[in-house]
Design a protein around this ligand. Sequence first.
Ligand code: BTN
Length: 269
Amino acid sequence: MQSTGTSRPQPLPPDLIDPLARLAGRVRILSSTPLWFEEVGSTSDVAVSLAGRGSPEGTLVVANAQTAGRGRLGRSWASPPGAGLYVSAILYPPRPTSLLTLAAGVAVSHALLAATGLVTALKWPNDVYVGRRKLAGLLAEGGTSADGRAFVVLGIGINVLAAAYPPDVAARATSLEAELGRAVDRGIVLAELIGALDSGFVRLREDDANGLLHEWRRLAAPLLGRPVEWDEGDARLSGVARDVDDQGALLVDAGGTTRRVVGGEVRWL
Ligand code: BTN
């Protein structure tokens, strides 16, 4: 087995074996046999290191705990043992696409519905919400492998138990078990997640950007039409979130002018 630069992958825990075995044959891009770690700094760090050394497309790094989980905009992502799903996937997109993270957000939402029946909403660019609370987040990072191929590592964190996030963010965060009021089989959620991500990536590769954007808009509907604010340089701007364009940028109606937001944080008011 290939070294990851950290520790060596370990055998899958018993609760993941059957759900992942049922995935085999259902996936075209992603592996159905993730590299499993009891504890890593960050699954995305491991995946970036593996991609840098040319690990195959579809390699998945999954951990029971992260000691240095990372979120967007330099934030940390709390990742206590067994409380969440911490997953990173290596992709080598044939051409640059800003739609990859939107596709991943759609996939997370589909997977949660399929695995648990929970209905979630997407908040641009790629947060997964239930009502006003965040349930899951995505982090996309790029790089170039030693053989010159551009890679993207998509990191996904899903709160399974309320213990996944610190008490001081409990007003803004939620978990599958808190929403459903029952225990959740993380193996089934992981298998559905891998299957849904794979379908989304296949769809993008087959150039179905329109279908993807249509689905993203449907899942984002609860948050579109709402007032938002964001920062550009020193200026704080505000408006009403209206749509995404075909590059995945958020379109905001700011006093009759449409502004295109391509990065950073948008706060829903
Ligand atoms: C965000 O909403 O800010 C993105 C959170 C992404 C967290 C995941 S957990 C798996 C992967 N490893 C990390 O260190 N981060 C991502």
